[in-house]
Design a protein around this ligand. Structure first.
Ligand SMILES: *[C@@H]1O[C@H](CO)[C@@H](O)[C@H](O)[C@H]1NC(C)=O
Length: 196
């Protein structure tokens, strides 16, 4: 049941990212290609949860194929690490369950989802949070773009607004308010697990 809910919501998020990005590069990147050049941006991942977690980037294709894009990185409680992400990739997710590999990506979890978006002469990153039914208590998530021009999103243990996060696939009927695009070119993001 959870797998269906997540797949449906992820599909909704992916679809809207693609629609918002008519000029996006839609080819899939091979494992490990998008590192250390000027087409990457920094995701500073802060783990404020009580225990160590393992983070990684994954890409979901339109046919739901899951590809691991970075080597998993373990981050201790109250510590952070920088993961580089391809600016031009779409269908991307930052997961805190990378210790479980690609197969674990279909289980309930909290995610930062993102992808390249272009509109007219503007470019940027489309992003949302996803907090699916069945996620362990207390595991909120927050995303902060480096520029104050773009919206921060925060989900605590108290919950999420519809504009902050996907919590149900039904949100497409409300216009997918959780999906946001930061049209400020390439910007870094800070993503916090278990924000206070
Ligand atoms: C992490 O920080 C919180 C809040 O300051 C603290 O309560 C907790 O004990 C810390 N965890 C570890 C493993 O140091």
């Amino acid at each position: 049941m959870h797998a269906f809910t997540i797949a449906a919501a992820s599909f909704a998020a992916l679809t809207s990212l693609v629609q918002a990005a008519p000029h996006a590069h839609s080819h899939r990147h091979a494992h490990g290609i998008a590192t250390r050049d000027d087409s990457t941006f920094d995701l500073t991942v802060q783990n404020n949860c009580a225990t160590s977690k393992t983070f990684g980037l994954y890409q979901v294709s339109s046919s739901f194929e899951m590809t691991e894009m970075t080597d998993p990185v373990a981050i201790e409680s109250n510590s952070s690490s920088v993961i580089q992400a391809s600016f031009s990739a779409i269908g991307m997710r930052l997961s805190g369950t990378a210790d479980q590999g690609c197969d674990g990506q279909w289980a309930a979890q909290t995610l930062f989802e993102f992808g390249y978006s272009a509109y007219s002469d503007l470019t940027g990153t489309a992003y949302d949070l996803s907090v699916m039914e069945g996620v362990a208590d207390g595991e909120g998530i927050a995303a902060y773009p480096a520029t104050s021009e773009c919206e921060s999103k925060v989900c605590t243990t108290l919950g999420c607004s519809l504009a902050a996060s996907w919590t149900s696939a039904d949100q497409t009927s409300d216009g997918s308010p959780a999906d946001t695009v930061c049209y400020q070119g390439k910007q870094n993001f800070k993503v916090v697990w278990c924000p206070q």
